[in-house]
Design a protein around this ligand. Structure first.
Ligand code: DGL
Length: 259
């Protein structure tokens, strides 16, 4: 049986990429809701509707577990999905807690989509763990647009980030939390902007570890010849040029692991 991965677009490939490294004998289905990306600037109700259709599609493919490899979709739809389906459904959440605990005298910056920043899920988490108000939240919707357009290394990305960060003293920070899966593609640019001791933290590894332990507990691990099928809003990707694009994105993500 396959494992389903879902995101609004190419962001969730960062989590799939990690899963392919850590679970090399599993089959995967990756569902990118490319007809409706970006999610982060839409309403909660719209996103619940999109996610519902995508997850129904994956469930109908007979997957054994689903990873919502999208912080935005997780923050608005995870409870709804867990009530509706009995298979394991894992979500993504900005990994703020370890960063706050690790360094007690510096600030932590969370970058995410506008909706993730606005939603109760993150606010409730901060209420529990950020007693001394050391966490700053910054929405960066344009990064999703850049990623979807394949614009990774251009000056426009660096200029946008420098402008958005211009009012912050970056020396005050110990960690940058990547609270949107699309943001992993830009680690080389953050490295040019942030001081060398600022750590970049994303939730991919933690999520895949969690997936691994669920599959172990439920005796669902398999030894297959690994395979990935890509779907764009329900349509199987078969065109050579599209498959080559996904392969290039994996290559970029492999390079980003060094940061
Ligand atoms: N990749 C998504 C996330 O992790 C959402 C990006 C978007 O569609 O706005 O939040």
């Amino acid at each position: 049986m396959k494992i389903g991965f879902f995101d609004s677009g190419i962001g969730g490939l960062t989590v799939l990429h990690q899963a392919m490294r850590m679970l090399p004998e599993e089959d995967f289905i990756y569902y990118a809701d490319t007809d409706n990306v970006p999610y982060g600037t839409k309403t909660k109700e719209e996103i619940i509707g999109y996610v519902d259709l995508a997850i129904e599609f994956l469930v109908n493919q007979g997957v054994k577990a689903i990873v919502i490899a999208c912080n935005t979709a997780t923050s608005v739809a995870i409870e709804f999905l867990r009530e509706r389906y009995s298979l394991p459904i894992l979500g993504m959440e900005p990994a703020v807690k370890p960063a706050v605990e690790k360094c007690s005298n510096k600030r932590v910056m969370v970058i995410a989509t506008p909706l993730t920043v606005k939603e109760d899920k993150l606010k409730n988490l901060l209420r529990q763990i950020d007693d001394d108000h050391r966490v700053d939240l910054l929405p960066l919707p344009q990064l999703v647009t850049f990623a979807e357009a394949g614009k990774f290394e251009i000056m426009e990305v660096e200029n946008y980030l420098r402008k958005e960060l211009s009012t912050y003293h970056l020396e005050d920070y110990s960690a940058l939390i990547l609270g949107c899966t699309h943001f992993n593609y830009f680690k080389d640019t953050y490295r040019r902007i942030f001081p060398a001791d600022v750590e970049f933290i994303d939730g991919s590894e933690g999520t895949v570890n969690h997936l691994l332990s669920i599959l172990q507990d439920k005796k669902l691990l398999e030894h297959n010849l690994p395979k990935v099928e890509y779907y764009m809003s329900g349509r199987l990707v078969t065109e050579e040029d599209e498959l080559a694009r996904f392969a290039q994105l994996h290559e970029r993500l492999e390079r980003m692991l060094q940061y």
